[in-house]
Structure formats: C-alpha cells, structure tokens
Design a protein around this ligand. Structure first.
Ligand SMILES: Cc1cc2nc3c(=O)[nH]c(=O)nc-3n(C[C@H](O)[C@H](O)[C@H](O)COP(=O)(O)OP(=O)(O)OC[C@H]3O[C@@H](n4cnc5c(N)ncnc54)[C@H](O)[C@@H]3O)c2cc1C
Length: 424
C-alpha cells in the first residue's frame, strides 16, 4: 500500500486543515505520513496569536486541530523553522510533497510621511504582543496618551480598537498575556478613533463582530447616523447580503444612546491618511476627506491595520506578499495553502475548503512514493517540540489559568515554553 510522506510547514489553521484533508483522502490502499513543522514552540498559528482574547469561542476550533494531531501518521515538529533549522531543498528531496502554510505576518505600510515616528505601530506588532507571541513579549507599546487612532476597516482594526477601548477588567477572565493586561490597566487612552478610507458600505468588518460591539459594558461605541445613512444611500436599493447586514448592524450602533462611559470608540469614514505629524513622536494624524478637505485628529498613538504580507522564504517564489502559485501548486512537489497562498483574507473556515482543494491536486500529482524520511536527523536543532511536549505545555497553561477563571495563562518566552514542554 503506498504511503506518501508530506511535510506541512506552519501549524496554523491552513496547515491543520491541509492535514485533515489528507487524512480524509486516506483509503485502505493509500495513506499519508504527515510531518508538521512549526517555528514556534506552540501550534495553532493565529488562533493562538491573532484571534482576540475576548472572543474565546472562536478558539474552540483548536479542538479540531488537536484531533488531527492525535490521528495516526501525524507528527508535530515545533520550534523548527524552515529556512533556519531545515531548508526547503532538503524537504523537497526527502518528502513526496511539501505544503507551505506559513501565513502572512508582516504588517503592510501606508507609505506616508511620519509613519516611522515613535508612537506609530502596526497591528502586526500590537496583536501578537497582547496575545503573548514570544517574538513580541518585549514590544511594550506606550499607552500614555488620551487618544489613539486605528487605521483600517476590517476585523483586525476592530479587534485592536476594542482591546484599547474596553475596560481592562473585562480581560481578567481571558487568555490575554499578563504583561499586556498590566500595561492596558495603566493605559491613559480613553478615546479610540477607527478610521476607514471608504464609506461604511465598503467596510470589511463582518456583521457578527459589529453586532458584538453594543455588548461592551464600559465603552461608548459611536457611529454617526449621517455616515450610515449616506452609506445606505450609496449602496443603492439592492446591496449584497453582506453589505446589507453590515449596514443594518452599523445603523443599530449609530442609534445607541451615548455618553455614559469614560471610554469611547468612534468610527470615522471617508478619510484617507495623508501624514502623521509630531516632534519625534506622533502628535496628530492628518487625513484628506472625500471632499478634499484636511481633517486633523490629535493623538499620541496610531496603529495601522491595513493588511498583512508574507516575508519571503528562501527557495520559494513570492509576488506581492504571497507565494506565487497556480491553484496552490508552487513548483514540483511544493504546494501552498492559507494566507501564504491567498493573502490575508477570509475567516478561519475559509482555509478549510481552500486546503481541501489543494490537497486534491496534491493527491492527483502523486506517483511512486519516496523512501521513508527521518526528519529528526535532518534538523539542526535538538530542541524539538513534539505533540506530547506540546500537550504538556497546553496542560500547564490551562492549569495556571484555572484558579483565576482564565482559559489559560500563556507562557510568553521560548525558554519558558520549552521548560513547560520538559525540554529545558
Ligand atoms: C489579528 C487577527 C484576528 C483574527 N481573528 C479572527 C477571528 O476572530 N475569526 C476568524 O475566523 N478568523 C480570524 N482571523 C483570520 C485567521 O486567523 C486566518 O484566516 C488564519 O489564521 C490563516 O491561517 P494560516 O494557517 O494561513 O496562517 P497562520 O494562522 O498565520 O499560521 C501560520 C503558521 O506558520 C508558522 N510559520 C511561519 N513561518 C514559518 C517558518 N519559516 N517555518 C515554520 N513555521 C512557520 C507561524 O508561526 C504560524 O504558526 C484573524 C486574523 C488576524 C490577523
């Protein structure tokens, strides 16, 4: 019976859904040995380091990932980085197929003057910081100003704005990194402006996230009724369902009673950022409005959340922040799935059907299986996190959270994670 050896690089949703698709393609006459390689000591990608901590239900998808990981023929190789601890050439030579599922983690830039001033940061730094990603444990954003501006009109912008604008006590029962809860508690920020370049009818927020906003117990959520009315008019008589649902959710927000709380999250539309100004540090953001006027918002922090791009990996072709591919095929026995393939769009579930389509192509391309590969001997690090090491880390984090009513307390340094895994 042929057994194909597949290396999946990246233990985020796309990697796990690719592994699940391969497991589903197995028959009595065909099987897959799957080695999943992940640069961090922890798996789950953005489900651990991206999804907002105050949305814990979304993270229950990790149960699916753990089921995939404990099925026969699956091995996790955490704390192993493609490009550092192993090369794409070695993987290509030793495996029947290599699936790149490395996501896209670098924040896109606006490319306007003042973007490099202190106080100007990216959601690609702020989000992994509050989520305890080891590479961002020391990031320490300064939250000592009164007003922050978040630039972007998608769910990431909304997450970032909400995390800045909610009452920090609301994070006590979440898995927000403890260092972030400390800093957020001391934050002076009381007003967060989310700024979108286009009108509400074009915003990429999704309606479940919008409908959650009025549930914030300690924050005024401000949308101007005239902005939403104008958006409804521009959307015409029969807007698409998603646009209709979004505008309806925004209309409800715009009708909320205002002014009760010390903290406010305010949406502004049709404002294009032109420049960040300040003396060594951001003091204001200058926008151009849809009628060509200048609008200035005074602030001490600006966070851009305008999308992500992938950092190129050696030996893999990239174009416009994505792996160059044709329906997921990259080159001989190399495939790509998830955000590395499509760019930063779609929810977690989008990666499932996408990965299944690519794995069907992978199977169609298979010929004679290669002899078994022993990955451990090919890797240049001896601190490899296996599934059972990861299970020890997972159990320790969950146990640490229990007395505090938290789903987990995350370990945030590689050393601590390796120690919890039993490797240090
Ligand atoms: C801030 C934020 C919030 C989000 N919130 C939601 C939400 O609430 N609901 C929802 O449905 N979707 C949400 N999403 C979208 C969702 O997270 C993505 O659709 C999904 O994570 C993409 O999966 P992926 O596997 O392609 O990438 P990722 O999740 O980024 O996984 C990629 C993995 O590859 C690893 N990797 C990278 N380079 C290497 C290398 N060289 N060697 C080995 N491993 C490597 C990374 O460490 C990572 O673990 C959110 C996204 C962001 C950014």
């Amino acid at each position: 019976m042929p057994q194909y050896k597949v290396a999946i690089v990246g233990a985020g949703p796309a990697g796990y859904f690719a592994a699940q698709a391969l497991q589903n393609l197995q028959t009595d006459h065909l099987s897959f040995a799957i080695d999943m390689i992940e640069r961090l000591p922890t798996p789950w990608g953005l489900v651990r380091s991206g999804v907002a901590p105050d949305h814990p239900k979304i993270k229950t998808v990790s149960k699916v990932f753990e089921k995939v990981a404990t099925a026969e023929g699956f091995s996790l190789y955490g704390n192993v980085e493609l490009g550092t601890d192993i090369s794409i050439e070695v993987l290509k030579a030793k495996y029947d197929a290599v699936v790149i599922a490395t996501g896209s983690a670098t924040g896109k830039k606006l490319g306007i003057p003042g973007e490099d001033l202190s106080g100007s940061i990216s959601a690609a730094q702020f989000v992994p910081w509050y989520n305890g990603h080891p590479d961002f444990a020391d990031f320490n954003p300064e939250l000592n100003c009164e007003t922050a501006v978040v630039i972007g009109a998608g769910n990431v912008a909304m997450d970032v704005a909400r995390m800045l604008a909610l009452e920090p006590a609301e994070l006590d029962e979440t898995d927000t990194a403890l260092h972030a809860i400390d800093v957020l508690r001391k934050s002076n920020i009381r007003k967060v402006v989310i700024s979108a370049r286009r009108g509400p009818e074009h915003a990429a927020f999704t309606s479940p996230e919008l409908r959650d906003l009025p549930k914030l117990e300690h924050t005024n959520v401000l949308m101007h009724p005239e902005d939403i009315a104008a958006g409804l008019e521009r959307a015409g008589e029969e807007p698409e369902k998603e646009v209709r649902n979004n505008l309806e959710a925004m209309r409800l927000i715009s009708e909320l009673e205002q002014g009760k709380h010390a903290r406010t999250m305010e949406f502004q539309f049709l404002c294009t950022p032109k420049e960040f100004r300040g003396n060594g540090k951001v003091e204001e953001v200058v926008f151009t409005t849809s009628v060509g006027e200048e609008k200035v918002v005074k602030c001490g922090l600006v966070i851009t959340a305008i999308g992500y791009e992938a950092d190129p990996l050696a030996g893999i072709p990239y174009e416009k922040g994505k792996v160059l591919n044709s329906d997921g095929r990259v080159g001989e026995n190399i495939y790509v799935v998830g955000w590395a393939k499509r760019g930063p769009s779609g929810v977690i579930g989008t990666n499932k059907s996408d990965a299944a389509d690519v794995m069907n192509l992978l199977l169609a391309d298979m010929t004679e299986p290669k002899p078994a590969a022993e990955l451990t001997s090919l890797i240049t690090t001896n601190k490899v996190i296996s599934q059972s090491h990861w299970q020890s880390i997972n159990a320790a984090e969950i146990a640490a959270g229990e007395p505090h009513g938290k789903p987990r307390v995350k370990a945030v340094t590689r050393e601590e994670l390796l120690r919890l895994g039993g490797l240090n």
